[in-house]
Design a binder for this molecule. Structure first.
Ligand code: ES4
Ligand code: ZN
Length: 323
């Protein structure tokens, strides 16, 4: 076994809703009397054959219908945490999409409190630290994001930051500048998905218009050498998700994933799982997949793990423990 298996894993790009395995989806559907448009777990899993980001998002939002109560959100994230603890997870900054739930009549506080219950329990029972990052849906109106941020003011103590996700092409970061400025005023950290399917210019726009401290995906930055130079100079962490890129056909083959080029350029890259229930792997599996497809020497594995620690919003004390 390679030594990377023993490295402490820090997950910075993980959507809570993307950890919903078919088994739990059907359990929650039965518990809540919600029907899923699939006859069985096998049929649902067979639908995990995506052609692009949108084809995935359609299924991802459809299955969230089973999540209704504070307990559901706890059970969802707890299942992820228990499973990932076995793969060496030590710290996780969890994205969640409140608008995907409040738009269905679920209370914002039930979403946040349920997820927070699971993280609190993980601290005591698993020694895993972490926090919650509220993501705005970029394909929904800006004023809806602004209202969501106002709702979040009742839970600022349990929120680490804000992010931006969902359909990227046609939904640039710029219009969310005001919402992100307000989030910064409230003391929240800022990240955004950029350069996943949309071009490199969307990465620069996220940095300039939103003031993000970390970029999620960012793989398309390689198309623009000036942008790469800036990301290196400013040491902007990029949370790269190879299995996601493969399953959403951003790359055709893991062997061709630009991770080595990103590392060679000196970018602050780390490895993450994005939506592990849908993309075929949790954080440890992601390291395994990269190792199998591209090789992963000990120094590179250690650098990837170290970049995740450095790029996290953990306290200086916790970062020292994780290194
Ligand atoms: C997502 Cl892979 C990805 N990209 C953008 N938004 C998302 N939400 C959940 N997974
Ligand atoms: Zn993502």
């Amino acid at each position: 076994m390679s030594t990377y298996a023993a490295l402490p894993k820090v997950e910075l790009h993980l959507h809570a809703e993307g950890t919903l395995e078919p088994e739990l989806a059907f359990t929650l559907a039965r518990r809540n009397g919600v029907s899923l448009p699939f006859a069985s777990e096998e049929e649902l899993r067979a639908a995990y054959d995506f052609t692009d980001l949108q084809s995935f998002l359609d299924l991802y939002y459809a299955t969230t219908a089973v999540l209704r109560t504070r307990r559901d959100f706890h059970d969802l994230l707890w299942a992820y945490l228990e499973r990932s603890a076995a793969q060496g997870l030590r710290h996780v900054e969890v994205f969640f999409d409140p608008q995907a739930h409040t738009s269905r009549g679920v209370a914002f506080t039930d979403v946040v409190d349920g997820l927070h219950d699971a993280l609190t329990r993980a601290g005591t029972e698993l020694g895993i630290t972490g926090g919650l990052i509220l993501c705005f849906l970029r394909d929904r109106p800006v004023d809806e994001a602004a209202r969501t941020l106002e709702e979040a003011r009742t839970r600022l103590d349990v929120l680490l930051g804000v992010g931006l996700d969902s359909a990227e092409v046609g939904f640039p970061p710029g219009p969310f500048a005001g919402v992100f400025a307000r989030a910064a005023e409230l003391g929240l950290r800022r990240v955004a998905h950029a350069g996943e399917e949309a071009p490199a210019s969307s990465v620069a726009e996220a940095l300039d218009a939103l003031g993000v401290e970390r970029v999620d995906h960012g793989v398309r930055c390689l198309d623009d050498p000036d942008l790469v130079a800036r990301l290196v100079r400013e040491e902007v962490p990029l949370t790269v998700c190879p299995l996601s890129n493969l399953r959403l056909r951003v790359v055709q083959d893991l062997a061709e994933h630009p991770l080595p080029a990103m590392l060679a350029a000196g970018l602050k890259v780390s490895l993450h799982s994005d939506d592990p229930a849908y993309f075929g792997g949790y954080v440890g599996d992601t390291f395994d997949a990269v190792a199998a497809a591209q090789g992963l020497d000990d120094a590179t594995a250690a650098l990837l793990a170290r970049n995740a620690v450095d790029g996290s919003f953990a306290s200086p004390q916790r970062k020292a423990d994780l290194r």
